[in-house]
Design a protein around this ligand. Sequence first.
Ligand SMILES: CC(C)(COP(=O)(O)OP(=O)(O)OC[C@H]1O[C@@H](n2cnc3c(N)ncnc32)[C@H](O)[C@@H]1OP(=O)(O)O)[C@@H](O)C(=O)NCCC(=O)NCCS
Length: 199
Amino acid sequence: MKTENAYSSKELSPTTWPDFEALFAKHNGVWGGCWCMFYHTKGEFLIKGHGPDNKKTKKALVKKRRTHGIIVYSGKTPIGWVQYGPKPELPRIDASKTYQRLSLDDEGKRFWRITCFFVDRNNRRRGVAGFGLNAALASINKKGGGIVEAYPSTKPSKGASLMWSGTVSMFAGAGFDVGIATRQVERCNAKARLMSQAL
Ligand SMILES: CC(C)(COP(=O)(O)OP(=O)(O)OC[C@H]1O[C@@H](n2cnc3c(N)ncnc32)[C@H](O)[C@@H]1OP(=O)(O)O)[C@@H](O)C(=O)NCCC(=O)NCCS
């Protein structure tokens, strides 16, 4: 998928794993070795070293097709990452008491969530995350669509490393309903905003 700004994207798969690995390895596994495993888990989350255990688990999930994400490329170089998935695949949000209190009705609907963005430190503020978001939404659509939840940071001024869940404006620009974004949900120690969009 080429666009005028020359980015392209591919789905994370056993074939594209080496690209994901290269991007994350360049940044020490991201967040000191998360390898984008945090939202796949509940409870305590340990990172030892640069996260070889997380990397191994992520690779196994890729093999079993139990993790989803978009890799963004500039030419052949992987420069960006967006994690999405069906709700049960990313259970950490469900464990949040604040989220549970929202008592969202998901009966009979297909729910997705977009949890993480990561862009190569040399390629930021050039629309990579926005491009990846659109690619993730296109992928969700291809898989049958549903309701997509996102939890963008309400405090972007705190710095890029705390903006892993994206910004409100990014999601609003991609068609998310800001009107629903009135309730706060917990995202680790920060506040995030719940927004959703029907695809
Ligand atoms: C947050 C991050 C994903 C943004 O990626 P990006 O490609 O630079 O973002 P884009 O250029 O597509 O911009 C998207 C929006 O965010 C805003 N933005 C990007 N970086 C920002 C910053 N540091 N401060 C404030 N706003 C910022 C842009 O202005 C843009 O806003 P708009 O939609 O109103 O135009 C990137 O800085 C990053 O990877 N940070 C580290 C996150 C991380 O540690 N993730 C680990 C978990 S996997």
